[in-house]
Write a protein that binds this ligand. Structure first.
Ligand SMILES: Cc1cc2nc3c(=O)[nH]c(=O)nc-3n(C[C@H](O)[C@H](O)[C@H](O)COP(=O)(O)OP(=O)(O)OC[C@H]3O[C@@H](n4cnc5c(N)ncnc54)[C@H](O)[C@@H]3O)c2cc1C
Length: 389
């Protein structure tokens, strides 16, 4: 075996497909269903950049699953042991624990959702509080409507998409509550609020839930103003956090800005031969980028095996400057043009991105829209990436 891929979502499957194309022997470890989050995302908007087609999540999942001809091990990867040439992945399966051994691992375990208690919402412990992903799985995998009168926390794409799904299924979305002064989602998803006549409360926060057995009302505050909104369901869409437990335990360095592992331009973590891709590397708003990262990681794994390691070099350190929340990769090879994913920290109307290899006029930018750019830096030094408004 050449590579163990942890996670069979779009990033992991893309990594596995590319690794097979490159002649590697692959096993994908998946604890749930292949396709990751895709099978429960029944809306369109997937694969536009990769295929030039507007696919639903299940359609894209189907395409990826059919393209991968290799082995899949059903089970939970619960341990990752590291040495330079050998990695061991301990997998808990229905039939018992299995240990896989390979020179490389591609870690593509996706992300977890932030829950109500993580964003300071207090009150009664009642039924009817869901994360967006939990509510989506209930509706689109199991055919259960999670509630009838819903308040949504968070105006990112996931929250907006859920506002539409709930409205289409007959629920009343009473408000989308956003603590920032601007909405989080892509422009195309913001149209949903207008289409379904849903109020967007900017600069507002849900702070408390009350009910007996089930949610009955939530308290919303803005400055010194507060009001109670009657509802039976609170849906929390307050962002995703890369799932990095195994990487962290194995000793990988985690970047505070992305909450994912620090990587070089092959997407290799600080543990040589262990690569990362998709939402466990950095939260991607577009599945196309998660899939691309899977392919880059697979090419890195092939190089690692062919060369006996990624050539050690004087990595150029990428420094996020003004208006840049994060950049992945954090280390790049001198003289090599590489793909970088840049997350702006605030919305700007007429933005220009400054890279070591030049300036790019961006126009309107938002933190919800990750930028994909080509970066090249010369030997010796650091690569500053900044955005001017
Ligand atoms: C509600 C929602 C709507 C979205 N809409 C769009 C859209 O319209 N267009 C678009 O381009 N993108 C969209 N996205 C973003 C896109 O879906 C993600 O970027 C993409 O799914 C990330 O892929 P991934 O493979 O990194 O993670 P995931 O899809 O989360 O897959 C990770 C996989 O790893 C498995 N796993 C985790 N830990 C382990 C372990 N220890 N052992 C074994 N298996 C494990 C999980 O079971 C899962 O199958 C949306 C995302 C969400 C949540």
């Amino acid at each position: 075996m050449d590579v163990v891929v942890i996670g069979g979502g779009p990033a992991g499957l893309s990594a596995a497909i590319r690794a097979q194309e490159l002649g590697l022997k692959v096993v994908v470890v998946e604890e749930g269903r292949l396709g990751g989050i895709l099978p429960q995302c029944i809306h369109t908007g997937f694969g536009l950049l990769t295929y030039g087609e507007d696919l639903t999540g299940p359609e894209l999942a189907h395409r990826l699953i059919n393209s991968y001809q290799g082995e899949v091990l059903r089970g939970h990867a619960a341990g990752l042991e590291y040495s330079y040439h050998r990695k061991r992945v301990r997998v808990i399966t229905e039939g018992g624990t299995v240990t896989l051994e390979a020179p490389t691992v591609i870690y593509a375990a996706g992300a977890r959702e932030r829950h109500a208690h993580e964003i300071g919402i207090v009150g009664d412990r009642v039924a009817g509080i869901y994360t967006a992903g939990e509510a989506q799985a209930l509706m689109d995998l199991y055919g259960v409507l999670p509630g009838r009168e819903v308040v949504i926390v968070g105006s990112g794409d996931v929250g907006l998409i859920m506002a539409r799904r709930l409205s289409l299924e007959g629920a009343k979305v009473k408000a989308v509550v956003e603590m920032l002064p601007y909405p989080g989602g892509l422009a195309r998803n913001l149209m949903i609020l207008r289409d379904f006549n849903i109020p967007l409360l900017l600069n507002h926060r849900v702070v408390e839930v009350r009910g007996r057995g089930r949610v009955e009302r939530v308290k919303v505050v803005s400055g010194s103003k507060e009001e109670w909104i009657k509802c039976d369901t609170l849906l929390v869409s307050a962002g995703l956090v890369p799932r990095v437990k195994l990487l962290r335990r194995a000793g990988a360095i985690i970047d505070e800005r992305t909450s994912g592992p620090l990587v070089n331009d092959r997407l290799e973590t600080s543990l040589p031969g262990i690569f990362a891709a998709g939402n466990s590397l950095v939260i991607n708003d577009l599945v196309d980028y998660a899939m691309e990262q899977g392919r880059i990681a697979a090419e890195g794994a092939e190089e690692f095996i062919r060369e006996g390691g990624i050539p050690s070099q004087d990595w150029v350190k990428v420094i996020p400057g003004d208006n840049v929340r994060s950049v992945v990769p954090q280390l790049i090879s001198p003289g090599r043009e590489v793909i970088a994913y840049v997350r702006p920290s605030k919305p700007l109307n007429d933005a220009t991105l400054t890279l070591p290899n030049g300036r790019v006029r961006l126009g309107v930018i938002k933190p919800s829209e990750m930028l994909r750019v080509r970066v090249k830096a010369e030997e010796g030094g650091v690569a500053h990436v900044e955005i001017q408004g």
